[in-house]
Write a new protein. Sequence first.
Length: 338
Amino acid sequence: MKCSVSFAIAMAIPVVLFAQSPPPELSTATPTRGSIHRFVTTPGSILPEQHAALLPKTGGYVSQVLVDVGDKVTQGQTLAVIAVPELEAKLKKAQAQARLAQIDAERLREGRKKSPELIVQRELDKAEASATIQEAEVAELSALVGYATIKAPFAGIITKRQIDVGDYAMASQSQPLFEVMDVSKVRAETALPEKDGVLAKSGQPVRITLEGSPGKSLESVVSRTAGALDPVTRTMAVQANLDNPSAALMPGMYAKVSVGVDYHENVMLLPAAAVVFEKGKPSIFIPENGKAVKKTIQTGFNDGTNIEILGGLEEGQAVLIPGKSSLTDGQSIKVATP
């Protein structure tokens, strides 16, 4: 009786049949001939076009602070004023002494013309020298008084402010009052290892990706190299200029900088998506009679878009682009219609 019940239950359970998955439909690519760069990628930073730390050259109490962090300034704009009443008084005194020295020199000059026997040349020379000395002192004091007005050396943004009204600014201090950066243009800087750094030259292509803008790549060229290796790190500093009209690129940003330090032309190229790497060894799949046939190839430069093919592939041979499919040798496939 138990056997009959078990048999009935078993017969009641539906049998599920799994249909075989259809072969993946894949597009193909054929090799072309062209040029390719070898890119070296190293970490880098975004730097401002210009950066100035403004130190006081005249000591005194700060009487005015006219800007703050983040303010845009123009070249020559007043940022702060240091009160220097003692210097201003010395300047007035020096100006008066300079006028008196000029009057004395002019009087002796006229007297020498009228009565050369009464005014000796030595006395005139001393008077003229004294007038020149007084003029120099006026110029020196005028410059020191001018330094009491802190001005922007170029158009940019105030990135740091370290003074308030009433602070005492010392001419010998090392802490800047302000820091100003020009970010209308920026520089991407990186350091290439010696074997690649010696190949870097102005005009080579540069690709820059920013951690703050994933998936976005900026194109530029090498603007300058240091021309010498750092004796400690044995690296070559390389910079690439970037226009920055919207100020979206900020100094201090972390960047990955890829520099095309080497170049091959008239070589066989294949899209990078068509090449499969297994344990570092490159291979491709070619379509043959509805199957994916695996072939080992030799590769050269890889610029992320194309790969240089050195051997293992014939001109005009169609190559499968696996895409998201994980192909195996001999797997059934369907070639997509172009």
